[in-house]
Design a protein around this ligand. Sequence first.
Ligand SMILES: C[S@@+](CC[C@H](N)C(=O)[O-])C[C@H]1O[C@@H](n2cnc3c(N)ncnc32)[C@H](O)[C@@H]1O
Length: 315
Amino acid sequence: MADERGDEREEDVEGFKERQHFASVLRAFDYYERWASARLSRVEADFRRLSPAHQQLLEIDAKVTALRAAVRQNAEVLALIIGPHRAHIGAIEEQAGLMPAGRPLESDMEKLQSTIKQFVREWSAEGAAEREAAQAPLLAALERALPGGAVRGARVLVPGAGLGRLAWEVARRGFTSQASEFSYFMLIASNFVLNSLQPHGSVNVHPWVLQTCNCKTYEDQARACAVPDVEPWSLDAAARLSMCAGDFVEVYREQQAQWEAVLSMFFIDTAHNIVEYIRLFRQILVPGGAWVNLGPLLWHYTDTPDEAMSIMIVV
Ligand SMILES: C[S@@+](CC[C@H](N)C(=O)[O-])C[C@H]1O[C@@H](n2cnc3c(N)ncnc32)[C@H](O)[C@@H]1O
C-alpha cells in the first residue's frame, strides 16, 4: 500500500515535470519573434556604434528590414505549428506551475532554431542531396536485408526519427514503419508536417536568418526554403506509419522480437550507454532481423558535465 502511494506520487511528479516541459517548449515557439528580433536589434545597435564613414560603407538598413520580415515569416509558420495549442498556452503554463509569459531558456531557443533547420534536411528540395547521401544507402540496405519485406509490410522501427522523413520513406515503400522520437520540438513539428500541413500546401521558412558565420552574402542569410518538397499526405491509404513519443529505451524496454529491422540514422551517438542501445536493438528484433545504421559518432553526452553518464565505443 505504502509502495503504491509512493509510485502514484512519483507518477504525479513525473506528470507534472512533463507538463512543465511541454509548456516551456510551446513558450519557445511562441517567443521566437521576440527572441530573433532582439538578435537583429543587437546587430543594428552594434552598427550604430560605428563611425558614419563605416556605416555608409556597410549600409545595412534595407538588409535588416528584410531579415526582420524573414523572422516574421518564421514566426507565422511557428504559430501555425503550435496552432492547436496556442490558445491554451497560458492555461497549460498555469497547470504546469510556470510563470505566465516567462522567458524561455536560451537552450530551448537554440533547439527551436535547430528544428527550423531540420526542415531543410528532411522536408525541402534543398535537403535532397543530404538525404540522398544518408537515407538512400539506409533504404537500399533495408531492401537488401528484407527481400520481399515491403510487399508483406514487414515491421521497421526508426529510432530518433527527427521530423519523420526516413520513417515516411520506409512506409512509402510498403513497410510498416514506426518512428520513435522524444523531443517535443521534433514531435510538434513533425506532427504539423505529417498531419496538419495539407490545407496550407507548403510554407516558407528562413532557416539561416540569424546565421552570421559561413554566409558569403546577405542573400544566403535571407534565403527562403519551401517545405515540404513532397506531399506528406500523398502516402497510399494502405500505408502504415506511426509515431511513438518517448525515450527509446523506456518505450521499447519490455518488447521482445517485435521488429524485422531497426533503421538508425544519426542516432546511436545520442546514447548515454551504447551497450544499452545495442542490446535493446537485439532484443526487439526478430531472430534474423536486421539493424542498419548510418551516422557519426559524435557522442552527445561526452562533454556535458551535468549529464549522468556517457558510455561509448571507440574501435
Ligand atoms: C542527431 S538527431 C537525428 C535526427 C534524424 N534521424 C536525422 O538523421 O536527421 C537525433 C534525434 O534523436 C532524438 N533522440 C535522442 N535521444 C533519443 C531517445 N533516447 N529516444 C528517442 N529519441 C531520441 C533527438 O531528439 C533527435 O531528434
